[in-house]
Design a protein around this ligand. Structure first.
Ligand SMILES: [Zn+2]
Length: 566
C-alpha cells in the first residue's frame, strides 16, 4: 500500500525539519521523495504533529528476567487485565506486560522500534521466542558481556584480539546487537556473595578490575566498529555517592578511540540510578549537575534517563547484588537468578512514593539530567522499563520535559526534599516538539547506528507517528493535552502499514529483529573455537554445539554486517 500523509507539522530532526508543514510519502514500506496522489491512500494530518516512529533503546520487554517478574507478580497482572479485540490478543499489562500487550502498547504510543537491553546468552532462544511474540515493533537484544567467563579470561590475559573474536562470535551465536555490561565484575563476585565497590576493586577469582573490563570492551567495540557503543550499567548502582563512580567511569574511557564516523564510545544506561550524591540515604542529594557538567564538556558519552514515575512497579536488573540490597531495604519479595558462566539477575517489586524523600529526589534527578544536559542528541528519554516505571508513562515524562508547570504541579505534591536536594526548581528550560523528536526517536536511532530509523528522509523505513495536537496553538501550560496526545497516537504507521488508528491497534504485523554479524578471521576463529570447546566441556551445562541460536528463531530478521577486521 502507498501512503501520503498530508499537511501535518513535521518534526524530523535528522533532516533538520522543525515543524514545517509538509507531506510524507511512503511506497513499499519505505519513505520516498514523491508519489502521485491517485496511486496512494491519503491521510489528512493537518493540524497534527508528524514524527518518525519512536525508538526505545532500553526497555526490558523479553527474556528470562521479565519472565521472572511475570511469575513473581500475579497482583501486578490483576491490576491491568487486557481483553482481546477483533485484531489483538488478550493479556495483562502494567509493569510486567505480556509480550503481545507490550507490542500493542508501544505502537499505541507511536513507537515502532524497541530494544531489549539485557539478554543472558544462555537464554537467547527464550529472548527471541518472546520477541517473536511481541508484535508490530522492530527490535533487537543486547547480550550481557560484563561478567562473562570468557570476557574476564581474555581481559585478564590482556588478549584484545581474542576478546574481539569472542564478541563477534557471541553476537552471532545469540543473534545479538550490542555489548551490554551490567555492574562489571560485581555480578561475578556475587556468585560468592560479594560485590565490587568501585572501578579498581578486584573481581573475585579473576584478578581483573571493573576498569579493565570496561575499557577492554569499549576498545574492542570501537575496533570492531559495532553499530552501537558499549551499553553500560555502571558499578555501585543505587548507592548514595555513586555519581563519583559514574564520573570515574566516563573518564576511564576518555582515551578510547571511537570508530570512524562516530564521536561517542560509551552509553550509560538509566543514569538517574547512578547520579546520587551524599553519603547515606539521610544525606542523599542530586549528583546530576556534576554529571551534566561532565557530559556538556565531553563528546564521548551518551546516556538515558531511567526516569522515576510515582507508581507501583517491578525492578529487574542483571545486577544481582543490587537487587539483594533493594530486597533488604524494602523487605519485599525477591527472586535471584544465576546464569552459570555468564550473568545473573534479580527482581524485586517496588513502589515509588511521592512522600518518600529518596523517591522524590530520584524523580527530580532524572529530569535534571534531561534538562541540564544541553544536547538532546546525547540524552534519551527512558524509564528503564519497568525499573523507574512502566514505559506506558512516557507521555507523562514528555509533559514534564515540555512544561515547567507540569513539573511544578508535581513538585507541590511530593516530598520537599526534591526542592531542597536538587536543582530542579531552578530550571526553566522546556523541551519543544523538535527536542522531543530528538530524544525519543532521532537520537536513539542515531546512537544505535540504525540508519533507516528515526527519520523521514527517502530510504528510511515507513515508520511514522501522528499525534493529534496542534503545535502552533499548544502552550506549556496545556501539558495534559500533550500527555493525552502522546498516549494515543492518532495514527501509527509501521513499515508503510497503518497499525494504529485513534489509539486503537488495527493491524499486528511481525516486526524484524536486528542482529550484528562480524566476520572473524579464520585463524583467530580456529583458536577461539578450541578455547570455547575446552571451556564448554569443562564448565558449561550444555555443549557448545547446542548453544548458538538457529535462524528458525528469527523468522523476520535484519542482519547487520560489520567488517571487524580490515
Ligand atoms: Zn535496564
Amino acid at each position: 500500500m502507498n501512503l501520503i500523509i498530508k499537511g501535518g507539522y513535521v518534526y524530523d530532526p535528522i533532516n533538520k525539519v522543525n515543524g514545517e508543514k509538509m507531506d510524507i510519502y511512503i511506497k513499499d514500506g519505505k519513505i520516498v521523495e514523491e508519489l502521485p496522489e491517485h496511486k496512494a491512500k491519503v491521510i489528512d494530518a493537518s493540524g497534527m504533529v508528524v514524527m518518525p516512529g519512536g525508538v526505545d533503546l532500553h526497555s526490558h520487554i523479553a527474556g528470562s528476567k521479565i519472565n521472572l517478574g511475570r511469575l513473581l507478580r500475579p497482583e501486578d497482572h490483576r491490576k491491568d487485565p487486557v481483553p482481546r479485540t477483533r485484531v489483538t490478543r488478550a493479556g495483562v499489562g502494567y509493569s510486567c506486560p505480556s509480550t503481545y500487550i507490550a507490542g500493542y502498547r508501544y505502537a499505541q504510543m507511536g513507537y515502532t522500534t524497541v530494544m531489549e537491553p539485557a539478554m543472558p546468552p544462555l537464554g537467547a532462544r527464550h529472548v527471541h521466542e518472546e520477541l517473536n511474540d511481541t508484535p508490530i515493533v522492530d527490535k533487537s537484544a543486547y547480550p550481557l558481556f560484563g561478567n562473562n567467563y570468557f570476557v574476564l579470561k581474555y581481559v585478564r590475559e590482556g588478549d584484545l584480539e581474542m576478546l574481539k573474536a569472542f564478541i563477534a562470535w557471541l553476537m552471532r551465536a545469540t543473534r545479538g546487537y550490542a555489548i551490554k555490561i551490567v555492574n562489571p565484575g560485581g555480578v561475578e563476585s556475587w556468585k560468592w556473595g560479594k560485590n565490587v565497590d568501585g572501578l579498581d576493586d578486584t573481581v573475585e577469582g579473576f584478578d581483573v578490575t571493573p576498569r579493565q573490563i570496561i575499557t577492554s570492551l569499549a576498545r574492542a567495540n570501537e575496533e570492531l566498529g559495532l553499530p552501537h557503543t558499549i551499553h553500560l550499567h555502571c558499578n555501585n548502582l543505587g548507592v548514595p555517592g555513586n555519581y563519583q563512580t559514574t564520573l570515574e567511569t566516563m573518564r576511564a574511557v576518555e582515551d578510547v578511540k571511537p570508530k570512524e564516523g562516530r564521536e561517542n564510545t560509551l552509553h550509560i544506561v538509566h543514569c538517574q540510578f547512578n547520579a546520587l550524591a551524599g553519603d547515606s540515604w539521610a544525606t542523599l542529594r542530586s549528583g546530576a549537575p556534576e554529571i551534566a557538567k561532565y557530559v556538556n564538556s565531553h563528546r564521548h558519552v551518551t546516556l538515558d534517563l531511567g526516569q522515576v514515575i510515582f507508581t507501583d512497579t517491578t525492578t529487574m536488573t542483571g545486577d544481582g547484588p543490587w537487587q539483594f540490597r533493594l530486597y533488604n531495604l524494602t523487605g519485599n519479595k525477591w527472586v535471584n537468578s544465576d546464569v552459570e558462566m555468564e550473568a545473573g539477575a534479580g527482581v524485586v517489586p517496588y513502589t515509588f512514593r511521592k512522600k518518600n524523600p529518596v523517591n522524590a529526589i530520584q524523580w527530580a534527578i532524572g529530569l535534571e539530567l534531561a534538562l541540564l544536559i544541553y544536547d538532546p542528541w546525547r540524552v534519551y528519554m527512558t524509564t528503564d522499563h519497568p525499573n523507574g516505571g512502566p514505559f506506558t508513562f512516557y507521555p507523562k515524562v514528555i509533559a514534564w520535559l515540555m512544561s515547567r508547570k507540569a513539573r511544578t504541579d508535581t513538585m507541590l505534591e511530593i516530598h520537599r526534599a526534591a526542592m531542597r536536594k536538587t536543582t530542579l526548581a531552578d530550571i526553566y528550560r522546556e523541551y519543544d516538539f523538535y527536542e522531543i523528536a530528538i530524544t525519543t526517536r532521532a537520537a536513539p536511532a542515531k546512537v544505535l547506528g540504525l540508519g533507516e530509523k528515526g527519520h523521514l528522509g527517502p530510504g528510511a523505513d515507513g515508520d511514522v507517528a501522528i499525534y493529534d495536537i496542534n503545535p502552533t496553538e499548544w502552550r506549556p501550560s496545556m501539558y495534559r493535552e500533550v500527555e493525552k496526545a502522546f498516549s494515543r497516537a492518532k495514527y501509527t504507521i509501521k513499515g508503510g502499514e497503518i497499525v494504529v488508528v485513534d489509539g486503537e491497534v488495527v493491524s499486528t504485523p511481525l516486526g524484524k529483529t536486528y542482529w550484528v554479524d562480524v566476520e572473524i578471521p579464520e585463524d583467530l576463529e580456529g583458536e577461539l573455537m578450541k578455547d570455547l570447546e575446552e571451556g564448554f566441556r569443562n564448565y558449561y551445562t550444555i555443549s557448545l554445539s547446542n548453544y548458538p541460536v538457529e535462524d528458525a528463531y528469527l523468522p523476520v530478521q535484519r542482519r547487520v554486517e560489520v567488517v571487524g577486521w580490515r
